[in-house]
Design a protein around this ligand. Structure first.
Ligand SMILES: [Fe+2]
Length: 300
């Protein structure tokens, strides 16, 4: 069993780095870390050096990273994955540097989502210099796509410490690796990809202030403001460049009684199962996973 201690980052390929970076900073509000690499923009939301790296090149998700405790845990994970027939690749020193981790391994889930396990992701001590006061408190969760969420659940729950918090029928599986209701979710889609990344904000006022801000700036609101009955979070989904969906949310449920929590199943066709406030509901845009051959040809 591999213990994930946290989510670490998302690495996303963008054809137009300037536009994607401007959106991540001026619209989403993230801090742009001082550039250290040509063609890579590191975006910061909390103590992590970055939680989003935009990499100039073909458009699409490069990888989604998760932390493990230390080098020993990483080596044990590598052995365990290889033993179960999963092809694992060790990241080079230069690639680890670009990710601001000491070491990492990369592999694919059964659907073709590229995952990374990292050890010693860099923490930055100074407060985040947000580009815009969106009220972001942390990188909240990431959501992957898979054609079968039950199969995805088996992958995450048998190899990793992920536990299901709730199901949305056959459409989504919401998973926790700590008391937060979900730090990982898998949504049903034909192809692998990244459904969205979430940033927690400090208050309901931040969600609504951002809603007006986004509308004023011509950003496409995909869903919300609304409230998810599963996590109780008040949400707002909006579309960034190159099919990348961002979410702000406030008030996510914490499951402190881990053993006592019984996952529930919500029928997505039932009114209120996605948005308790009964707003219009739609499947948000996903960014497709880049194919391995495309990733292999890139710097880091
Ligand atoms: Fe979400």
């Amino acid at each position: 069993m591999i213990t994930l201690t946290d989510i670490a980052y998302v690495r996303s390929g963008v054809a137009d780095l300037d536009t994607a970076t401007r959106f991540a900073t001026e619209i989403v509000g993230l801090e742009l870390a001082s550039p250290t690499e040509i063609g890579v923009a590191h975006l910061r939301a909390d103590h992590r050096h970055h939680c989003l790296a935009l990499v100039e090149g073909p458009s699409g998700v490069i990888s989604s990273g998760f932390s493990v405790a230390d080098s020993d845990a990483l080596a044990a994970a590598e052995t365990e994955l290889e033993r179960s027939g999963i092809a694992v690749r060790r990241g080079s020193a230069a690639a680890a540097r670009s990710r601001r981790v000491r070491e990492f391994i990369a592999f694919d889930d059964p659907f073709g989502n590229r995952l990374a396990l990292v050890s010693q992701q860099e923490t930055v001590a100074r407060p985040v210099s947000f580009t815009r006061p969106a009220g972001i408190t942390e990188f909240g969760h990431l959501c992957l796509d898979a054609p079968d969420v039950h199969e995805a659940y088996r992958f995450w729950s048998t190899r990793f410490n992920a536990r299901v918090s709730d199901w949305i029928g056959d459409s989504a599986c919401l998973l926790r690796i700590d008391p937060v209701h979900h730090k990982l979710a898998v949504f049903r889609a034909d192809e692998p990809g990244l459904c969205h990344v979430n940033f927690q904000v400090a208050s309901i006022d931040d969600v609504f202030r951002s809603w007006h801000f986004l509308v004023e700036h011509g950003v496409e609101i995909e869903m919300g403001p609304g409230r998810h009955p599963q996590s109780t979070a008040i949400f707002l989904y909006f579309l960034g460049p190159e099919g990348f969906t961002y979410e702000y949310s406030f008030g996510v449920r914490r499951i402190e009684d881990d053993a006592g929590w019984i996952p529930r199943t919500f029928d997505p066709r039932e009114p209120g199962s996605i948005d308790m406030w009964l707003g219009p509901v739609r499947r948000v845009c996903s960014q497709a996973q880049l194919k391995p051959e495309t990733i292999a040809g890139r710097a880091s």
